[in-house]
Ligand binder design. Structure first.
Ligand SMILES: Cc1cc2nc3c(=O)[nH]c(=O)nc-3n(C[C@H](O)[C@H](O)[C@H](O)COP(=O)(O)OP(=O)(O)OC[C@H]3O[C@@H](n4cnc5c(N)ncnc54)[C@H](O)[C@@H]3O)c2cc1C
Length: 460
């Protein structure tokens, strides 16, 4: 196991730190290459896509280039919730896209959760997966009224039994906190260890014959009549098809046609406690180990780790004025707020110590809706806008993109996020920053209104 200080210096997540003994593949050597498919980015999207293409067609040469070690992006630093939330909220999807598309999106996400669970089970992946179910909890009457409306909407668009509403007392029997007024329980969801899972996906892709090169950053993308040419510092790769799976980094890609305006990065932070004692576990009665999100606008997410700790994230987001820098890995205020919030939810844990803290970035677009698009014709495919809910989404997206690459017309490729009419991000850092700051301000105001006063003072 890595030294904790060293891991923090490298901006590793807890999961990377805990499973730090990892040997990366060699970078791509200098030279010229030709391939059928080139994938940029080795997170869940890129690795699943590589595996699915090779699994179906061994004649396709598939190369994957990753700027860091695999899983350095969101895929190796998330909460590990294998969950069905699409975009930011079902109400937002309903408002922008209407009932039928919201129903289809929810069905896609339910399929995505089963895809991940099925993959782990059928391939016996070492991902520490637990199919625990999930609670979405409300702390106040106002939050609860909104939660009941969400429950009604979700129940209307999904098959019976997908969601269950629990009152305050019922919820408190599952989780001993004095602050919970009610909850939506969703049984068909789970939790995994993000870094173990991403490394398992790498093994699967390689087993099928995909070639993965780590610490190999793509500098530029250009398209001509014969396909696509991608450059690293020292290599040129000509590809018939290109998949851009760079998520929150996509705005930094120099490409023609342009992909930079499809999304912007937003940062989210997590902390993990020391292992709880048997007495502490008993005091909070979290025996069923379900994952938890609260019904705030700036949501907190919380779960138990396989090694007997609690990790909590969210609450506040990070926005960088110059988002080309991608350097908001640390946020002491947000980490302190997360610790206070955890102790507020569970007063019996008032002495618990925080063991590790980290941050990561998610891809957000103008209409808060995931997107799979083409640049020009169908030889360049990109996926953006996971909106922080991408553990299941991006893996099924990987399979969907594999279908697009292979020219398969499937139920997946008919999903309406493919080639949708997406609104580009405003040009220039200032407008993007002002826009996202405005949205953050609105969300904070709603939380303030619904909670009466902030449960945890924001120092920012
Ligand atoms: C702290 C945190 C908590 C989260 N919690 C959850 C959760 O509990 N549940 C959930 O559903 N979702 C969660 N998410 C979101 C989820 O992790 C992401 O949606 C998902 O991992 C995105 O996968 P991806 O493969 O598309 O992108 P990533 O995993 O971000 O991969 C993109 C890769 O592209 C590489 N790259 C970028 N630029 C280049 C370049 N020029 N050349 C080569 N490579 C490049 C990056 O290094 C990176 O590895 C969370 C995210 C964060 C940050």
């Amino acid at each position: 196991m890595l030294d904790r200080y060293e891991a923090l210096q490298k901006n590793y997540s807890f999961w990377q730190y805990k499973y730090g003994d990892y040997v990366a593949n060699e970078p791509l050597a200098a030279g010229s290459y030709e391939t059928d498919v080139l994938i940029i980015g080795a997170g869940y999207t890129g690795l699943t896509c590589a595996r699915e293409i090779r699994k179906e067609d061994k004649n396709q040469r598939v190369m994957v280039l990753e700027a860091n070690d695999i899983g350095f992006g969101a895929s190796g630093r998330n909460g590990g919730f294998n969950m069905t939330l699409f975009g930011v909220e079902p109400e937002v999807t309903l408002l922008r896209w209407g009932r039928e598309k919201t129903r289809e999106a929810q069905a896609y996400m339910q399929q995505a959760v089963q895809y991940v669970k099925g993959l782990i089970e059928s391939e016996n992946l070492d991902s520490d997966y637990e199919h625990t179910g999930m609670l979405r909890i409300a702390y106040t009457d106002k939050q609860e009224r909104r939660l009941q409306k969400t429950f009604k909407l979700l129940s209307d668009i999904t098959k019976p039994g997908s969601f269950e509403y629990l009152g305050g007392e019922e919820t408190q029997r599952l989780l001993n906190s004095p602050h919970i007024k009610g909850a939506i329980y969703e049984p068909e969801t789970g939790i995994l260890d993000p870094i173990k899972h991403v490394r398992s996906l790498k093994n699967l892709a390689e087993r099928e014959g995909a070639e993965i090169f780590e610490n190999t950053k793509v500098i530029s993308i250009a398209k001509d009549h014969a396909g696509v040419v991608v450059h690293t510092d020292t290599a040129a790769i000509r590809a018939k098809k290109l998949v851009i799976a760079t998520n929150a980094w996509t705005h930094n890609l120099k490409s023609s046609p342009k992909v930079a305006n499809r999304q912007a990065p937003v940062w989210t932070y997590q902390i993990v406690t020391e292992p709880l004692t048997a007495e502490q576990w008993k005091s909070i009665n979290w025996e069923k180990r379900m994952s938890i999100e609260d019904n705030r606008q700036l949501v907190h997410y919380m779960r138990i780790t396989h090694c007997g700790r609690i990790t909590i994230g969210g609450g506040s987001i990070g926005l960088e004025y110059n988002d080309k820098k991608m350097n908001l890995w640390k946020n002491e205020n947000t980490w302190a707020n997360l610790e206070q919030h955890l102790k507020w939810i569970f007063p019996t844990l008032s002495d618990i110590k925080v063991h590790y803290k980290w941050g990561g970035c998610v891809s957000v677009n103008m209409d808060m809706t995931p997107e799979i698009g083409f640049l020009g014709d169908q030889s360049i495919i990109y996926a953006t806008g996971c909106i922080g809910h991408g553990v299941s989404l991006t893996q099924l997206n990987g399979k969907l993109i594999a279908d697009l690459v292979l020219g398969n017309n499937t139920d997946l490729t008919k999903f309406w996020i493919v080639n949708r009419n997406a609104i580009p991000m405003p040009p220039g850092s200032m407008l993007r920053y002002a826009g996202t700051k405005l949205i953050e301000g609105i969300l904070k105001t709603i939380d303030l209104y619904e909670e009466g006063r902030p449960k945890v003072q924001n120092k920012k």
